[in-house]
Design a protein around this ligand. Structure first.
Ligand code: PGA
Length: 222
């Protein structure tokens, strides 16, 4: 699969913002699956600056930690601070997985998302589908892998404060999206990105499932 190498983080952010903008303008009633983490920061900043009409958009987040949603490091807080509080989206149209996993799955089942934006973990995870996750997986509660806890400890006071469990959209659910955009930033991501896109398709590297999707774009910058 082709990995499009962009010149810098700025270009990565506005290239993906262009795709989102084009989708909203073409279909104001759009459904997006959205990521958290450090990679989409620039994308959300860019989208806020464009003053698009989000009035008919529905969003579904990929995953949440099992923790107080009002905590400063929860993914609900991240989305509010970086995007939702700064655009004209209806709060009730911003959906997050919760313990009622069947209900979240049903909301995504009937009508596939128009666009799913994903990051990739250094262990090849997408959302919190850690290595070994079934390609048939749906929304569920998962234990976080040690590598993920270590990687995400940078957002917390100590590694012990990182939640150990999360609720994640499954790989099968993600694959139903009409279009998928994978973004990765930093040399520490290149190796796993290349393995996922050009190595064998295996549950040991969850992102490798994307090779089976017919509408994926992959963007990388150092
Ligand atoms: P990051 O996380 O954007 O913080 O690197 C990506 C991921 O783990 O999916």
């Amino acid at each position: 699969m082709k990995i499009k190498i962009l010149k810098d983080y700025n270009e990565l952010s506005y290239t993906v913002a262009d795709i989102v903008e084009e989708q909203i303008k073409r279909e104001p009633i759009s459904r997006f699956i959205l990521p958290t983490g450090s990679t989409p920061h620039g994308l959300y900043k860019e989208l806020v600056s464009r003053e698009l009409d989000w009035g008919a958009v529905m969003t579904y987040n990929l995953d949440v930690y099992i923790m107080n949603p009002n905590h400063s490091q929860s993914y609900q807080t991240f989305m509010k601070e970086n995007l939702f509080n700064k655009i004209n989206i209806y709060p009730t149209n911003c959906q997050f997985p919760d313990r009622n996993v069947q209900s979240y799955e049903q909301r995504l089942k009937g009508i596939p998302a128009d666009l799913c934006i994903l990051g990739i973990g250094t262990n090849g995870h997408i959302a919190f589908n850690e290595p070994g996750s079934s390609f048939d997986s749906e929304t569920r509660v998962v234990d976080l892998n040690e590598q993920t806890i270590e990687d995400n400890s940078r957002f917390f006071d100590s590694v012990d404060d990182v939640p150990k469990q999360a609720i994640t959209m499954g790989l099968k659910t993600i694959m139903k999206s009409k279009k998928i955009v994978l973004i990765a930033n930093g040399v520490h991501k290149y190796k796993i990105l290349n393995v996922a896109m050009n190595g064998g398709i295996t549950e040991k590297v969850p992102a490798s499932i994307l090779q089976k999707h017919n509408n994926v774009e992959v963007f990388y910058c150092d």
